[in-house]
Design a protein around this ligand. Structure first.
Ligand code: SF4
Ligand code: SF4
Ligand code: MG
Length: 889
């Protein structure tokens, strides 16, 4: 939509097959039309879908392209052998006329595109038009749209038309130039009303772009008798389902239909949304639908892509796969949606509630968190990876899961994939095992064939890594079958455990009402009224998430510990912490709470030292154990920290953690942070981030938050640090007990240095102005206070703390003043306390740094701090860093 005014031809494809086909059609047509083409399709829904398609051969491609046109194109190229000049600066005298020279080319383009499509159809038997109509031949109500939504709309109107509804769908292929003539020709003569769906929002416009085109087309072609309404759907690749298509078409039946509506959300603010009957589905019995719930980076998605390949290539079935991942990449849930069937699959939307023939849960902890069996079709199959065997597993399930298994009469299979993985040397990678189990149960391929194919795929994927890796995977496949069992589902649910609330009851209201549904994968149900109007969210919300990712967590052995603080320093997730506190505070400690006398020189008398792990936030990366230098001389391999299974420790350690967190932090003023052990007494204000387990970047981010967090503003560059730092639902930047903590905002990488500079300039200016105002108001404030504020030494924590007290006093003194200067001063008084501006980023930003704005920002002489994450990239750019530093920061 943003390139409409550039003059590019815009050609829209709606499926993986079309994306392939239209690439060729665009190329053929642009050579003839001499106008640049932009062939587009839906990001994610189409770009990330895996599907079985018909591929063009090289011969077919060649026969599509006219060689003579290529030669003409080459002849127009720049060459010193026949030089010309392009891109001249033009002035008002001729620019306008020059623009108008292009009209004949745009006028000719629709016919050229159609000709290319016709030629394509002759070669491939796949036929396309500038506007493709589907549905009832005498349709009265028609939906117009483009992109992948067109696939859904087409399938839906065919279904409805078969049931006698006079409805149709018109898919726009050639969006620019918009051919009114072709549009009108494609519409059935019987049409009485049209609903146009736009997958975009242009705030303030009189209608969304495609809607305006259609209104205009009807007006210019004297078809104004046809009623038109428009609506928005599917922003940011939000789901667009047959039920939503039906809702849009049903709206046309009303005498007073909504215009400029939305569909697919609950807009309880402007009341634009249509009601959708979510039970409406057009899924066919012949298609097999499978859903897999895995953990980011556990290999589930890779294995599923593989399964599609196997089924697509080894059977006559059509296959489709779509993978929903959190942008946190690792450690969160990935959901794979797979469809297989003998007919082409025209369903670019997720598998719906009650529709999955097969549901697999690759990590049993998910069962405690959210309802995945709601997707299962009655009589379907459920496969669970569990530490418990076929005889014990039933009793371990939450009652809600048991109830659904019983009510839906699901077949239930269990495998201890963790055990098979460990025994076959696969560590904790259960992907091959679960894939094998899927094929063994689903019967999509004969078992033996499937196994041969999986092994073949293993050789292809892991062959490069050597025979041993391949063999491990082979063993895993073989052992899977021996360890896969069907569990008899009893007639009644009997479990004593229930699914846990998504966030604890003590969580703030916003977390409970908005973030919790997102965590439960019910974010689509969050109404408009619950969303912040300006994108402002509270910080410090990861503490409520409780991901429970780690199978094992570190356990502290005080007798061995030398209190070096290294484990605390290295933890990427701020999960393991140390505190020193008055012995008296130990009263009321839980029985299993561990502590020892403090060995710190400056905090020894009457002081206790404790290390505590947040058991439900640990990712099990083992870095803390790795870093611990304190070894047990009596027992090889034992250290002051050792990994032990989490489930048994979860309850007691959670209690200990709560107790630990209630112990006050040491006064910052008393801590000289210039050593590792001392710096790690400072409270991290960046905690439980969504970074990958063992991330090499976040320990540095955390350290910054410890040292400067209570007075830091972060200008973050898009990349990993925006994902682990600011990705909804929950965010890791946190507050201290005074309510202070880093404030954070994000900018695209190339602008980021200037973005931070702007923050600095603002603070500097405000500080300067506050000095002026304070001086001007010295009568009210008292000369002594003004002098102290203006000349404050804020070079250490004590100085900063004193300044904070002065500012508080200043605010108090001016609180009741009617003087507008006093009001001004109060509004900017916080800038009198030293602030720390951080320009932070990695990845693309680091790449950009050598060329981008950082040089200018540094040259400004302003006081900004720069944290470059992932310096491997940085040093490879030929930018300012000449020496390669370890991956991290
Ligand atoms: Fe932190 Fe990793 Fe240790 Fe857990 S295992 S406490 S996440 S360093
Ligand atoms: Fe104690 Fe080991 Fe942590 Fe050092 S790294 S503080 S010795 S547990
Ligand atoms: Mg990175």
């Amino acid at each position: 939509m943003a390139v409409r005014q550039t003059g590019f031809v815009l050609l829209s494809s709606g499926s993986v097959q079309e994306a392939h086909d239209f690439a060729a059609i665009s190329q053929a047509a642009t050579l003839k039309a001499r106008v640049p083409f932009l062939h587009f399709f839906d990001g994610f829904r189409t770009s990330h879908e895996v599907a079985k398609i018909f591929e063009l051969t090289d011969e077919e491609l060649r026969s599509l392209i006219d060689d003579e046109l290529i030669r003409e194109h080459r002849a127009r190229a720049l060459s010193p052998d026949h030089p010309v000049i392009r891109g001249t600066a033009q002035n008002p005298d001729v620019y306008f006329q020059g623009r108008e020279t292009v009209n004949p080319f745009y006028e000719a383009t629709p016919a050229i595109v159609q000709a290319a499509m016709d030629k394509f159809a002759k070669i491939t038997e796949r036929s396309y038009h500038l506007f493709d109509y589907a549905g009832h031949p005498q349709a009265e109500r028609v939906v117009v749209l483009m992109g992948s939504g067109g696939e859904t709309a087409e399938a839906t109107v065919k279904y409805l038309a078969e049931k006698g509804e006079k409805v149709g769908a018109l898919r726009v292929r050639l969006y620019r130039p918009f051919s009114i003539e072709h549009f009108i020709k494609a519409l059935p003569k019987t049409v009485k009303s049209i609903v146009v769906l736009d997958r975009t929002k242009e705030p303030g416009s009189s209608g969304e772009p495609l809607y305006l085109d259609i209104v205009n087309a009807l007006a210019e072609s004297s078809h104004s008798n046809i009623k038109v309404i428009g609506g928005r759907y599917g922003l940011s690749s939000k789901e667009f389902t047959p039920a939503m298509v039906k809702a849009a078409l049903d709206e046309l039946k009303k005498s007073d239909p909504k215009n400029h509506f939305t569909v697919g959300i609950n807009d309880d603010v402007s009341h634009t949304s249509l009601d959708v009957d979510s039970s409406f589905s057009i899924e066919s019995e012949e298609t097999v639908r499978c859903m897999f719930f895995g953990l980011g980076s556990d290999g589930t998605v890779g294995a599923n892509k593989n399964s599609i390949k196997i089924i697509g290539e080894e059977t006559d079935n059509f296959a489709q796969g779509y993978f929903v991942y959190d942008s946190k990449k690792a450690g969160t849930v990935t959901t794979s949606h797979l469809r297989f069937g003998s007919k082409p699959i025209q369903a670019p939307y997720l598998i719906e509630v009650n529709q999955a023939n097969f549901v697999a849960c690759h990590q049993s902890v998910f069962l405690e968190k959210f309802d995945m069996l709601k997707y299962a079709k009655p009589g379907g199959v459920f496969l669970l990876n569990s530490m418990y065997g076929m005889d014990e597993v039933w009793d371990q399930l939450p009652i809600e899961v048991q109830k659904e298994l019983v009510a839906k009469k699901l077949k239930f299979y269990v495998i201890n994939g963790y055990d098979v993985a460990e025994k076959t040397g696969m560590g904790n990678r259960v992907n091959t095992i679960m894939q094998t189990a899927f094929f063994a149960i689903s019967g999509i391929l004969p078992r033996e064939d499937a196994i041969t194919q999986i092994k073949h795929a293993i050789e292809k994927t892991y062959g490069k890594r050597g025979e041993a890796v391949v063999k491990k995977n082979f063993d895993a496949v073989d052992q899977t079958l021996e360890n896969l069992h069907e569990v008899k589902v009893p007639a009644k649910a009997t479990s004593k455990s229930t699914r846990r609330p998504i966030v604890p009851n003590e969580a703030p209201e916003f977390v409970k009402n908005v973030l919790a549904p997102m965590l439960a994968f019910d974010g689509n149900d969050v109404p408009v009224s619950a969303m912040p109007v300006d994108g402002t969210f509270p910080t410090g919300t990861t503490q409520w998430e409780k991901r429970n990712l780690a199978l094992e967590i570190p356990v502290w052995v005080p007798d061995l510990c030398i209190q070096c603080g290294k484990c605390i320093m290295v933890c990427p997730h701020a999960v393991i912490r140390q505190k020193i506190f008055d012995d008296k505070l130990l009263s009321g400690a839980p029985e299993t709470f561990k502590h020892m006398p403090s060995k710190y020189k400056e905090f020894s008398k009457g002081m206790t030292y404790s290390i505590q792990v947040a058991p439900e936030d640990c990712t099990g990366c083992e870095l803390c154990v790795e870093a611990c230098p304190a070894k047990d001389k009596t027992q090889a391999g034992r250290k002051a920290l050792n990994m032990e299974p989490q489930p048994a420790l979860r309850a007691s350690e959670s209690k200990n953690w709560d107790f630990f967190m209630k112990i006050p932090d040491l006064d910052r003023k008393l801590i000289n942070p210039s050593t590792i052990k001392n710096s790690q007494l400072l409270r991290p204000l960046f905690e439980f981030s969504g970074a990958c387990s063992g991330c090499g970047e976040t320990p540095y981010v955390k350290l910054v938050s410890q040292l400067f967090g209570d007075r830091a503003i972060v200008a973050n560059a898009t990349g990993c640090s925006s994902i682990y730092g600011g990705n909804l639902p929950t965010t890791p930047w946190a507050k201290n007990s005074f309510g202070r903590g880093p404030a954070w905002s994000n900018s695209l990488f190339e602008d980021n240095a200037e973005f931070g500079l702007g923050m600095r300039l603002t603070l500097d200016k405000q500080n300067e102005y506050a000095h002026e105002l304070a001086t001007a108001l010295s009568k009210e404030l008292g000369q002594e206070l003004v002098d102290a504020i203006v000349h404050a030494d804020q070079s250490n924590e004590a100085g900063i703390d004193e300044q904070r007290s002065r500012v508080a006093e200043l605010k108090k003194k001016l609180a009741n003043s009617k003087d507008s200067r006093a009001k001004d001063l109060i509004s900017i008084a916080d800038s009198l306390v030293k602030k720390s501006v951080w320009i932070m980023g990695g990845d693309g930003w680091a790449y950009d740094i050598g060329y981008g704005g950082l040089d200018h920002v540094l040259a400004s002489g302003r006081n900004v701090n720069v944290l470059v994450l992932d310096t491997e990239v940085y040093s490879n750019t030929g930018g300012q860093a000449s020496k390669s530093t370890p991956r991290g920061a």
